[in-house]
Design a protein around this ligand. Structure first.
Ligand code: SAH
Ligand code: DHB
Ligand code: MG
Length: 224
């Protein structure tokens, strides 16, 4: 019953507050047609990301985990005309679908998609002197969230935001004995933000069309 109700409420909210957009709808269609897993953020979550980026006046955004670029387009549309977004993706097929989606959405000029394992591309980025970023969205493999967060902290200006998706996993996060590398990664990350003096952080459970999950939000309170 509950999952069905959550989805119905999401449909109600999205119908009212997140009306269809041709480029975003096309991105979802192209992603589904190419057989990508339907694990992108929900429309109302995409809009939340966009609002958060606008609230902090983000001009430079880093995303880890592109998939078909749905969340990327939401975030890119928060940028001013000279703003830029780097998005990291390991799967070449996902990257191809995302690039086509970026063109259709007219945001391709502002987006730099880096193909490769994020741990490698992040190392590369740290040598390029392109940080700091205003916002980092972490949404790739969950086991590596602690490592991604360490890069994000080094890369984010004071007053910037680090947002991490999927930190609840249907409640599996409370299992301290879990042997699942994803859950262990998420728990290690939560423990890290609890004691990290350079951020003020919280985490929120969400229910909706993506089931029971949640995200963490860390405001960077120190210079990188
Ligand atoms: N942010 C997207 C969803 C991302 S799904 C959205 O909301 O629209 C997670 C993505 O991370 C997948 O495309 C997967 O291929 C990618 N991924 C998984 N492990 C990765 C790694 N080690 N490096 C880079 N990308 C990775
Ligand atoms: C999965 C990954 C995600 O980023 C997400 O938002 C939902 C599910 C997954 O790998 O199952
Ligand atoms: Mg996710």
């Amino acid at each position: 019953m509950s999952e069905q109700l959550w989805s119905a409420v999401d449909a109600y909210l999205c119908g009212l507050l997140v009306p269809g957009d041709p480029a975003l709808d096309a991105a979802l269609e192209a992603s589904a047609a190419a057989g990508l897993p339907p694990i992108q953020v929900a429309p109302n979550q995409g809009k939340l990301l966009q609002l958060l980026a606008r609230m902090i006046g983000a001009r430079r955004i880093l995303e880890i985990g592109t998939l078909g670029g749905y969340s990327t387009i939401w975030l890119a549309r928060a940028l001013p005309p000279d703003g830029t977004l780097i998005t990291l993706e390991a799967d070449a097929k996902h990257a191809d679908v995302a690039r086509a989606n970026f063109s259709r959405a007219g945001v391709d000029r502002q987006i730099d998609l880096r193909l490769g394992l994020a741990l490698d591309t992040l190392k590369q980025i740290s040598t390029e002197g392109i940080a700091p970023f205003d916002l980092v969205f972490i949404d790739a493999d969950k086991a590596n969230i602690p490592a991604y967060f360490s890069f994000a902290l080094d890369f984010t200006r004071r007053g910037g935001l680090v947002i991490v998706d999927n930190v609840i996993r249907s409640g599996a996060v409370i299992d301290a004995a879990s042997a699942d590398p994803d859950i262990r990664g998420i728990r290690q990350f939560n423990e890290r933000i609890a004691r990290e003096p350079r951020v003020s952080a919280t985490a929120i459970q969400t229910v909706g069309s993506k089931g029971h999950d949640g995200f963490a939000l860390a405001l960077v309170t120190a210079d990188p």
